[in-house]
Design a protein. Structure first.
Length: 289
């Protein structure tokens, strides 16, 4: 499933083509994806101008004039591509089998934005702007890890006195929104922290951040920012909006490296895999304490 960096990469790819444009026509080629489309979906989008394109956790939010927002989740295999319908314009290579093109949005600037989803675990919904925070998919989401105010003190406050394993706690979307398995494994490695130590170790007795908490906050931000810069990680389905693959997977230190030597200079350890909370945890038992 695309994680925060992949979704943010898609957002940045769509933004130049979509923000400020009016939706001239919408093709909806099936009745549902993961869930049925909302009532009058095509009619509610047609003629609307896209005022902003933001991200909340792993959700894309397209704010429309008329006080509605289009909510998009990519699911397991969802992707967008942007093409130019004006005569003689360059077309990016088609990134997927067109039989899986489920929604096609034609814009007044000549761009055509196509949503493709072979496994159909993604979905689209519409919500009034004044009810967006109460939408069932968004209402209980936690802190954004790339927000300016997300610091070591905030991380300590979120996990103070928690005895849950650190890896499992970081994946709790009600605490931190958007962190997924890949980047939690990578951040824990950078911070030299075991995925099994208690999450409460990030806070001291007075509730402030510990050395571990400060190291992890820095690692989370650096891993996410570097992954976004690399266009995300392409393991199975993720592509950018121009059809290109992300390449952060070439920078993995632990994820999917079971049995290989630890890359930390002087460590000498071997990357291990452990099933934790129904997910594969990759870590170095030697240097992650």
């Amino acid at each position: 499933m695309p994680e925060l960096p992949e979704v943010e990469t898609v957002r940045r790819g769509l933004e130049p083509a979509m923000v400020g444009a009016r939706i001239d026509k919408v093709e909806v080629r099936r009745a549902d994806i993961r869930f049925p489309f909302p009532p009058r979906f095509r009619e509610r989008l047609t003629g609307r101008r896209i005022e902003a394109l933001t991200r909340r956790a792993k959700y894309l939010l397209l704010r429309l004039d008329g006080a509605e927002t289009l909510i998009v989740h990519l699911g397991m295999s969802g992707s967008f591509r942007v093409e130019d319908a004006t005569p003689g314009a360059f077309h990016h290579p088609r990134s997927k089998d067109p039989k899986h093109d489920h929604v096609v949005i034609h814009l007044d600037n000549g761009k055509v934005v196509t949503y493709n989803d072979p496994r159909r675990f993604g979905f689209m919904d519409l919500a009034r702007d004044d009810a967006l925070d109460r939408h069932p998919r968004l209402a209980e989401l936690g802190d954004e890890p790339l927000a300016a105010d997300f610091d070591a003190a905030r991380l300590a406050a979120l996990f103070k006195a928690s005895r849950a394993p650190l890896k499992s706690a970081l994946l709790d979307q009600k605490r931190i929104a958007g962190l997924g398995n890949i980047y939690v494994c990578e951040a824990l490695f950078r911070a030299k922290l075991s995925p099994f130590r208690p999450a409460g170790d990030l806070a001291n007795a007075s509730g402030g951040p510990t050395k571990a908490g400060r190291a992890l906050t820095k690692a989370i931000r650096s891993v996410l920012e570097e992954a976004i810069e690399a266009g995300g990680s392409s393991l199975r389905d993720h592509r950018q909006t121009d059809g290109e693959l992300g390449y952060f997977q070439h920078n993995f230190d632990v994820y999917d490296r079971e049995g290989l030597a630890c890359r930390r200079p002087g460590c000498g350890g071997t990357i291990a895999r452990y099933a934790q909370s129904a997910r594969s945890t990759f870590y170095c038992p030697v240097c992650q304490k």
